[in-house]
Design a protein around this ligand. Structure first.
Ligand code: PLP
Length: 365
């Protein structure tokens, strides 16, 4: 099997799978209970929160554990008061987990920016940002194109002129890989299953948690901001996966850059279009063959045990709103393929993938 769909979900690291029985045995008590073994679970949960906070340069009270990044984004969008300042600025390339709750905001002045170049920069915001703006969202790495946004630089510029604007950043595809200065970022979200941890854990980082109204109420867990017994196993796995991801990242990055370069050369040689902007991370690469419909290509590759996608897996559809909103023509959007890689992706696997693409284009176009 050649798996090249890490942006949709990242297989759980073997070392994590091996430790699961022990973690379950040790820490399966309810962390809110009062007896001794439960206190051990509570301390364990706190230690995860503390370590993740340290990684983000935050404090533990700013880390709220959720079930997914989708839940974290919904909590922010639905939970922040937008009565007095009600403008919410997002780009149309954001993930649906943000776009949909934003579109559902009743009392907001929603501004959905068009940014055909693929990523937001400060100049894009100059025309739309104003005194009425409450939230600006800056997706860090786009999950379909790999486009990289200079979140810390832009947020610093925004805060200089508009200190009260709340900056939100979806860091799902960059978590553990790009260390970002969150000094000027008010909210960020991350997800366990995108970095090799278990499904069922997400992070909502909030600089000022007290300004959010909880989406889920009940027993008052997570500082009253997300009720429900914490999923200690998934939260632990998320921390473990983060530790693995960030370790020796520089070396891992140069390996990914080499693979990315290989894909660029491959596209150039075969006259395929490269849809990822130049300013992209190397682990997500989007291109179009122009000849074979994405769905047909994906099914064909799947029959060869090569797994890629054409758009966000969450959309359930093969057409990408990201590529459409980047104003690529029908031919490009209809034939797009997203390759998303891990540090363990081997050069040989990329070679096999490229060969299969060529064969498929000959066979199917
Ligand atoms: N944001 C981005 C950029 C994503 O890629 C995804 C998942 O596809 C999400 C948010 C949603 O993450 P989760 O699956 O944890 O809800």
């Amino acid at each position: 099997m050649i798996y090249l769909d890490y942006a949709s979900t990242y297989p759980v690291y073997e070392s994590i799978i091996k430790q699961i029985p022990d973690i379950l045995k040790e820490y399966n008590f309810n962390p809110s209970a009062r007896y001794k073994p439960a206190l051990k679970s509570k301390d364990f949960l706190y230690s995860m929160r503390k370590k993740i906070a340290e990684y983000l340069n935050a404090v533990p009270e700013q880390i709220i554990f959720t079930s997914t990044a989708t839940e974290a984004l919904n909590t922010i969008i639905k939970g922040v008061n937008i009565k007095h300042k009600n403008k919410v600025i997002v780009s149309n390339l954001e993930h649906k987990a943000l776009l949909e709750p934003v579109k559902n905001l009743k009392s907001a002045d929603i501004h959905i920016m068009e940014i055909p170049k693929g990523y937001v920069d400060f100049d894009d915001l100059l025309d739309v940002i104003d005194e009425k703006t409450r939230i600006v969202s800056l997706m860090h790495v786009n999950n379909e194109s790999g486009a990289l946004c200079d979140v810390s630089e832009i947020s610093e510029k925004i805060k200089k002129n508009y200190p009260d604007i709340l900056i939100l950043s979806d860091m799902v595809q960059s978590f553990g890989k790009i260390k970002t200065d969150i000094k000027n970022i008010d909210f960020a979200v991350m997800s366990s299953h995108k970095i090799g941890g278990l499904k069922g854990a997400g992070i909502l980082y909030a600089k000022h948690p007290e300004i959010i109204k909880p989406l889920i109420i009940g027993g008052g867990q997570e500082f009253n901001l997300r009720s429900g017994t914490e999923n200690i196993l998934s939260i632990w796995s998320m921390y473990e996966a983060l530790s693995i991801t960030k370790k020796n990242f520089k070396e891992k990055l140069s390996h990914l850059e080499m693979l990315n370069k290989k894909l660029i050369e491959f596209c150039k040689k075969n006259n395929f279009t490269i849809n990822s902007p130049e300013k992209s991370v190397p682990w997500i690469f989007n291109f179009s063959t122009l000849n074979v419909f994405s769905e047909i290509m994906i099914n064909h590759l799947s029959s060869k045990n090569i797994y890629v996608s054409s758009a966000s897996a969450c959309s359930g559809k093969s057409k990408s709103h990201v590529l459409q909103n980047m104003k690529f023509g029908k031919k490009i959007t209809d034939t797009a393929i997203r390759v998303s890689m891990s540090f363990n992706t081997m050069e040989k696997e990329i070679d096999i993938f490229c060969n299969e693409i060529i064969k498929a284009v000959d066979l199917l176009s």
